[in-house]
Design a protein around this ligand. Structure first.
Ligand code: ADP
Ligand code: ZN
Length: 753
């Protein structure tokens, strides 16, 4: 149509707006903006009485019946989204059944969607409280805080947070009183300081040059480079096999030839250690897109990549959309990590988006893990991905032997009482401490105790908003809901029968910390879980102390299982391997295997070797056995048949989508789910020749969350197209219809709770 419009009549463009509407909007192109209004460009357009940022989907659109308003501005000299990224947005929209506006919104940093301040807000300083003196032993603590229990709570909270924390966080999030904080300062244990908010923790890192590759690493690098670029690679390398150096060497060659690259890592694994290694190879060519960036900094990093000033992007999930120029490789480290799946629309999986983007741009995709997901292993078996193995650790170090301890029969250490703390683990920890070595203890349950129960009537304190027991916390003391954040004081009497017989049940990390502190009073202990890492950089500070040898025992939730490389760790204990084993989710065994195998891999990375102790009540479970043998292949061989007939079929044998209906009214939620199920069954019979299996509706395992009742319908199919059709159809038309507004579609869900 170009050029055929009669002189004087305006040209029109179709604009995608970042709203959940499955259509584009038509605007007129003013003559002065014609050059900048091209597909992928950001534009500012009037919408009702406001202005919003949109992205051009197409130009030379037919003129609408009603006169269209003109585009107000086109701020960028170059289109913000390359054609490949626009196509990736369309794939996300189609595959996940998300309106294109929401899909494109995910592709650009938030600040670039703001009309008023496209560069984001300015920096601020904030007041923090910093510990100045530590009280390593329990005895000293008793003495110092004898008549000031609140100060002691404040002290311990600060210590747990890595030694410093914003005052605002301590007061508003943790409920500590200002008087207690002032008291700590007066006693000389802490001081106040004003620091710029969101200081880049990676700013002053020294970056050593990378070591020379081992023969095994070099072999994998050249085998990958010899593979056609359109064939994705999976590096399955045992823990400590040096996968990172392999990624970096492949990327180094790519960048040396003038191209760009992306390295995706789980947020929690984006440690100073990792960043230093990447900087050691790429220097200033790398942009680190960590979650601590302010909106303005994020937009700056985005622009530097877009202009080609930086050629390598490193970051978690959303870095898959980094506007790297001449993209030639995308690496997805720890590809099995569930954190690669976004929990809100668009519910994309960064690994899968990476595979699609690589294909669109002719780039290599390289996935890596010691414990690959069954989906990726299945792809490797069926030829969709080529497998490269690193079966040995660097320096031919052995993988640590794993002792499985049966908690049902193993002797408990004296004084352990209800704590699952066996004699073999106790002795191993004591031995390591006496030799000046470090210990890692995994317990994947935060809080002090799992729940509070009245031993007279059996009542358990539950969250008033969620169908979930409240967790008992001690630093600071409260009952907390781990799903919605609801908080209540710890009651002294039962809410139902009034008796003062409240018992704490189930071990959490805070109680484990307390117990280990009493048992090994000289040991310096650090706890790492969501509660101690809720402030910025807290987990870096904790890990830094471990790296410097200032911590003897690091204990925590799954956070400590990931990527840590501390050569002085000789003992790893899994205090209770069964915390996730019996969840009503078909991936429960897979997650347990991955968690235990990963944390086991933290031991024995130095010359002193290491040992692992796994405490469990299911010593014969295939997930535990395979993890104890560091054997992915064994696990897959045992698990894959359990997801195929005669058992209920699950991924990777079929694709899965989940429709969740949620509403304040339980009847409305159930009814909406019934409507979805009926609609799916009709579509299946009438249009899809029975390609789908529709399960439900059924109440979700967590039937009430944040005050809303939840029902779900699961849809399985061996035909991705059939799944795609219902997911899209629902997202397009049905979503707006009766009851549809309550329903969320999640394709390839990583959780079924
Ligand atoms: P993985 O990610 O496979 O668990 P890492 O990449 O963390 O393993 O490497 C494990 C350790 O081995 C790290 O401390 C790393 O610095 C070291 N390492 C890796 N490659 C080499 C090499 N070629 N020479 C010496 N040390 C290496
Ligand atoms: Zn709740």
């Amino acid at each position: 149509m170009t050029g055929t419009a009669p002189a004087g009549s305006a040209r029109h463009a179709e604009i995608v707006l970042p709203v959940p509407v499955p259509r584009t909007y038509t605007y007129a192109i003013p003559d002065g903006l014609a050059e900048r209004v091209v597909p992928g460009a950001r534009v500012v357009v009037p919408l009702r009485r406001c202005q919003v940022v949109g992205v051009v989907a197409a130009v030379d659109a037919p003129a609408p019946a009603v006169a269209a308003k003109p585009i107000a501005a086109a701020p960028d000299a170059e289109p913000a989204l390359s054609p490949a990224l626009v196509q990736l947005g369309h794939w996300i929209s189609r595959y996940y059944g998300t309106p294109i506006g929401l899909a494109l919104r995910a592709l650009l940093p938030g600040a670039l969607w703001s009309v008023r301040r496209p560069a984001g807000p300015a920096e601020h300083v904030e007041r923090v409280l910093v510990l100045t003196r530590t009280l390593p032993s329990l005895l000293e603590r008793e003495r110092a805080f004898k008549r000031a229990p609140k100060r002691r709570v404040a002290y311990q909270a600060l210590e747990a947070l890595g030694g410093s924390a914003p005052v605002r966080h301590l007061v508003t999030q943790l409920g500590l009183s200002r008087a207690a904080l002032d008291g700590l300062v007066k006693q000389g244990f802490a001081r106040y300081a004003d620091v710029p908010r969101a200081r880049d923790p990676f700013a002053g890192l020294s970056s050593p040059p990378p070591p020379t590759l081992t023969d095994a690493q070099r072999a994998v690098v050249s085998a990958i480079l010899d593979t056609p670029p359109d064939m994705p690679a999976l590096i399955q390398g045992v823990t400590g096999s040096g996968k990172t150096l392999v990624y970096l060497d492949v990327l180094r060659r790519v960048v040396a030839s003038g191209s760009g690259a992306i390295l995706l890592v789980p947020e929690i694994a984006l440690t100073p250690q990792t960043v230093a290694r990447v900087r050691g190879v790429f220097g200033d060519e790398v942009a680190v897109l960590h979650s601590g960036l302010s909106d303005g900094e994020r937009a700056d990093a985005w622009r530097a990549l877009r202009r080609g000033e930086r050629r390598v992007a490193v970051g978690p999930r959303s870095a898959v959309f980094a506007p790297v120029q001449r993209l030639a490789a995308i690496v997805v480290d720890e590809e099995h990590e569930p954190s690669y799946k976004q929990g809100t629309a668009p519910r994309y999986h960064a690994r899968d988006a990476a595979l699609v983007r690589a294909k669109l741009e002719g780039a290599r995709a390289i996935l890596g893990s010691a414990t690959p997901s069954l989906e990726t292993l299945h792809l490797a078996r069926t030829g969709g991905v080529r497998l490269f193995e690193l079966p040995e650790r660097i320096g031919a170090r052995p993988l640590p032997p794993v002792q499985v301890i049966d908690l049902r029969s193993a002797p408990r250490a004296a004084e352990a009482r209800a704590i699952p703390w066996s004699e073999p683990l106790d002795e191993a920890v004591r031995g390591a401490l006496s030799r000046g070595e470090q210990v890692i203890l995994l317990l994947n349950r935060r809080g002090f105790a799992t729940y509070l129960q009245c031993s007279s009537c059996g009542d358990v304190r539950a969250c008033p908003q969620c169908a979930i027991a409240l967790t008992v916390h001690q630093t600071p003391p409260a009952l907390r809901c781990h799903y919605c954040g609801h908080e209540a004081p710890i009651p002294s009497a039962c809410g139902l029968c009034g008796k003062e017989t409240q018992r704490m049940r189930g071990l959490g990390t805070q109680q484990l910390e307390h117990f280990v502190g009493l048992r090994f009073p000289e040991a310096r202990i650090a706890r790492m879980d969501l509660d101690t890492t809720s402030t910025k950089w807290a987990h870096h500070r904790i890990l830094e102390r471990v790296a410097q040898g200032k911590v003897d025992i690091l204990l925590g939730t799954q956070m400590i299982a990931k990527g840590l490389d501390f050569p002085n760790v000789t003992v790893v204990g899994v205090v209770d391997a069964d915390t996730g084993l019996h969840l009503p989710d078909f991936r429960a065994a897979e997650r347990t295997f991955q968690l235990v195998a990963q944390v086991a891999g933290r031991a024995g990375r130095g010359p002193r070797g290491g040992r692992v102790f796994v405490q469990t009540r299911a010593p014969d479970h295939h997930a535990i056995r395979a993890a104890a043998a560091h054997a992915v292949t064994d696990f897959a061989a045992a698990e894959l048949p359990l997801r195929a007939p005669p058992h209920p079929v699950y991924p990777p044998h079929v694709g899965l989508a989940r429709f969740v209906a949620a509403d304040d009214d339980p009847v409305a939620a159930a009814r909406a789910a019934e409507q979805v199920a009926a609609w799916l069954r009709r579509a299946n019979a009438e249009r899809l020749a029975g390609a789908l299996t529709v399960l439900g509706p059924a109440p979700c395992p967590i039937v009430r969350l944040k005050g809303r009742w939840r029902w779900h319908v699961l849809v399985k199919s061996a035909e991705p197209r059939a799944l795609g059709r219902v997911v899209r159809a629902w997202g397009r038309g049905r979503g707006a219809g009766a009851g549809g507004g309550l329903v969320v579609v999640d394709r390839d869900p990583v959780s079924l709770l």
